[in-house]
Unconditional design. Structure first.
Length: 482
């Protein structure tokens, strides 16, 4: 081999594609592509190759997504070579532009293969990729899929595959894929990966998730968190609920049900085996284990809340009069919800949520919101009447904001029961509450506000735990006082 050939990076080999021009353009437009080597590989002259590139660039001149289209073209070509044909649910996760994607799968849903194919389809974009699991063995399924795919296109330069230790694969283009274990957190440092697969991520501690998020920050890398729900509790289930909001662009959550795997369940959702499982399991546990959707924990106060149902862009300001629901939050956050009453329905159009802040500063923040001129009044927790050797919160709002606040005693459980009828109307089962996507604190608290766990022998209070509830408790005052 000549010295010139040694210097040239090798490209993946494999069976010829149906459209060599499309493959050439996809590879030639990647950052750092060796176009001279590509000319030789595809058997075209320099003149022809550059003419194809100019024509392709002219076609993309009116498009803002030409780089993304080129990446997807490379990805699709690689997938085609190894016979990966994603299901609609898998493709929705693959096509998302969110840098952080949580992909929850039912049992045997094919989540390990889809995670591996996400990394395999992006091999030409970076130089270093991590597979991180609770231990090394739980990284093996994804690593094996990637190794098999690379072998099928003759892309393996070297591989290290010890029995009970870290696996490492180096491709012929110089990309490194390294398995890491959460049991060795000191190894989750030093280098900055271009992408990370979180394998069985529901079993990873939250601290490891945060560490991985920090590691991909330097290179603006991506993070794919694949797993199966473990009791619908913990950070993984909470992030799944929070990241389902359609308006989020940085992080998104997806479900891949078991019945998407047609190799195991040819009949899909109506497969006899799936129907037998559904008849045997409780509905919520069936959806958690096989539908890839967490069931609300039994201790959750507002079990009816579903961000896919109650969080809607339709809750944005409509120009109607606005009422405020206020929790002074002396010991924590000061929460203000802006609410529009729309017939029998309620829309929370905005929130102001500040910590360790006096009423004057909260009022100033509210005055900056576009809905402020339409405020007609509101309700406040009974604590708003208290003076503490100073004007009460009701008096402060009347003096500084010229807003009249109502305050009547509403027992906590009565307010909770009343609010639950807005989450799901007892007569129709339909929601009467819509929340704007920007109300992130209210949305988080609906998913975190809980009762004490009474599964043990110890006697516990029947009231919810007094935390993660500033905005949620604020809202219980509004329907009960309206």
């Amino acid at each position: 081999m000549s010295r010139r050939q040694e210097r040239e990076p090798q490209t993946f080999q494999g069976p010829p594609m149906k459209d060599p021009r499309a493959e050439f353009l996809a590879l030639a437009r990647l950052p750092g592509a060796n176009r001279r080597a590509l000319f030789r590989r595809f058997g075209i002259s320099h003149t022809t190759g550059y003419r194809w590139l100019r024509e392709s660039q002219a076609q993309d001149a009116t498009s803002d997504h030409s780089s993304l289209k080129a990446q997807h073209t490379v990805r699709d070509l690689l997938w085609q070579r190894v016979g990966y044909d994603p299901t609609p649910a898998q493709l929705a996760a693959h096509d998302s532009q969110a840098r952080i994607r949580l992909v929850a799968g039912g049992e045997r849903a094919g989540k390990s293969r889809s995670a591996a194919m996400e990394l395999f389809g992006r091999l030409l974009e970076g130089r270093l990729y991590w597979l991180v699991g609770p231990d090394y063995s739980l990284c093996r399924p994804e690593f094996d899929y990637i190794l098999d795919a690379c072998r099928r296109i003759d892309a393996v330069a070297s591989v290290r595959y010890p029995a009970n230790n870290r696996c490492e694969l180096i491709t012929r283009t110089g990309a490194r894929i390294v398995a890491r274990s959460a049991r060795e957190p000191e190894r989750l440092a030093g280098e900055a990966p271009d992408g990370v697969l979180g394998c069985e991520a529901a079993q990873l501690p939250r601290s490891v998730f945060l560490r991985l998020r920090g590691r991909v920050a330097e290179r603006r890398g991506w993070l794919w968190l694949s797993g199966t729900f473990e009791g619908s509790r913990g950070w993984y289930a909470n992030k799944f609920r929070a990241w389902q909001l359609a308006e989020r662009t940085d992080a998104r959550a997806f479900s891949i049900p078991s019945w998407e795997n047609r190799a195991i369940y040819p009949g899909g959702r109506e497969d006899p085996e799936i129907e037998d499982l559904e008849a045997m399991f409780p509905p919520d546990l069936f959806m958690e284990r096989f539908g890839g959707v967490p069931c609300p924990p039994s201790t959750l106060v507002f079990r009816e809340f579903d961000p896919r149902v109650h969080v809607s862009a339709g809750a944005r300001p409509s120009g109607s009069p606005v009422e405020l629901a206020i929790d002074p939050g002396y010991a924590g956050a000061y929460a203000v919800l802006a609410i529009e009453q729309r017939g029998p329905h309620v829309a929370v159009i905005d929130e102001v949520y500040l910590r360790r802040t006096a009423a004057g500063d909260v009022i100033a923040a509210c005055r900056q919101r576009p809905w402020w001129p339409r405020v007609r009044g509101g309700v406040i927790d009974i604590a708003g009447r208290q003076h503490h050797a100073a004007p009460s919160q009701i008096e402060i709002w009347a003096s500084l904001a010229h807003v009249r606040l109502r305050s009547h005693r509403v027992f906590l459980r009565d307010g909770i029961d009343r609010l639950r009828t807005f989450l799901s109307d007892p007569a129709s089962g339909s929601p009467r509450l819509a929340i704007a996507p920007n109300c992130r604190w209210l949305i988080q608290e609906f998913g975190r506000y809980r009762y004490h766990d009474d599964s043990g022998l110890k006697s516990v209070s029947e009231d919810p735990i007094d935390r993660d509830n500033h905005a949620a408790v604020t809202f219980t005052k509004h329907p009960a006082n309206h």
